[in-house]
Design a protein around this ligand. Sequence first.
Ligand code: SAM
Length: 304
Amino acid sequence: MMNQDAGNPIWQDLSSDWLNWADRLAPQADKINRHLIDALELHGMADRVAQRCHNGLCVLDLASGVGEPAFGLAALLSSAFSDMPESAKGKPFPSGRVIASDIAPSMCAGLAGRAARAEIANLDVVAANMQSLPFADAMFHGVSCRFGIMFCQNPDQALRETRRVLAPGGRAAFMVWGPMAENPLFGAMDAIFKQVLGTGFEAAGLDLFGFSSAENSVARLINAGFDDVSLVTHTPCGRIPAAAPFWRPQMQMLFGAALRNATSGQGREIDDLMRASLSQHIEDTYFRVPMCFHVLSGRREMAV
Ligand SMILES: C[S@@+](CC[C@H](N)C(=O)[O-])C[C@H]1O[C@@H](n2cnc3c(N)ncnc32)[C@H](O)[C@@H]1O
């Protein structure tokens, strides 16, 4: 199913960069995705659903890009896979299907191609703007969204839409970036792209930090009608050999179009400045660069 609204053209332009890195970044993505998937509390939902229907759970992933966390969710909901999150140890993960969605047709096409190559049988792809979802009320037992809600033109409308398509008792979970000051990789990228190419996140039309305030984000979920709202902040710190240009994947996935138009000299200058800026985080020959994200979640109230 295709939706005519392709959204901000920047994502169309970046889909080749996202596809280029997707498989290599998947193991790292899995590590943080488990926080988002745990927040959906699918076990509780499965217990209730099992009493009424035998088709298993139906989970929607919004702004899936080329597959995160939709692939991980599909694996967990497939009886063919045995991985399970920490919280589910000792209890089989419920089975079901995932609908992966994104506003950018090229992201959806890339995602569908990856899913076909990986022979994922319980995942469908639907192009959709999360501000006006093409789904019936109460259709999903859970809704996930990883680093997507902040990029909508009207995130509050997208939150209300998310709640509308959730079944009573179902949870939505959003992974969102914490403040730029607590994400030095992004801080360096923003400053260096402004310096070398005259375009930072704002000029590129990328609002990464619209949900960085924990207090405001919780209030937005409550205003959209969610109950039992929670927010958990995570501050992992990688351990990457100091020789590795580890900033390149994120840099290309956010500024790929600008980099393609840059001269090779500008490309080298950006790399050198990124290394110099991030070297303050080198400890014992490893980059230890902290990052900060929140997992924000809320429930559609139970029917009375
Ligand atoms: C930072 S990427 C995140 C992709 C993926 N969830 C991940 O974490 O790898 C943001 C995605 O949001 C999508 N997006 C932006 N606005 C959207 C909207 N209104 N509805 C649906 N998707 C949207 C973009 O097309 C892009 O693929």
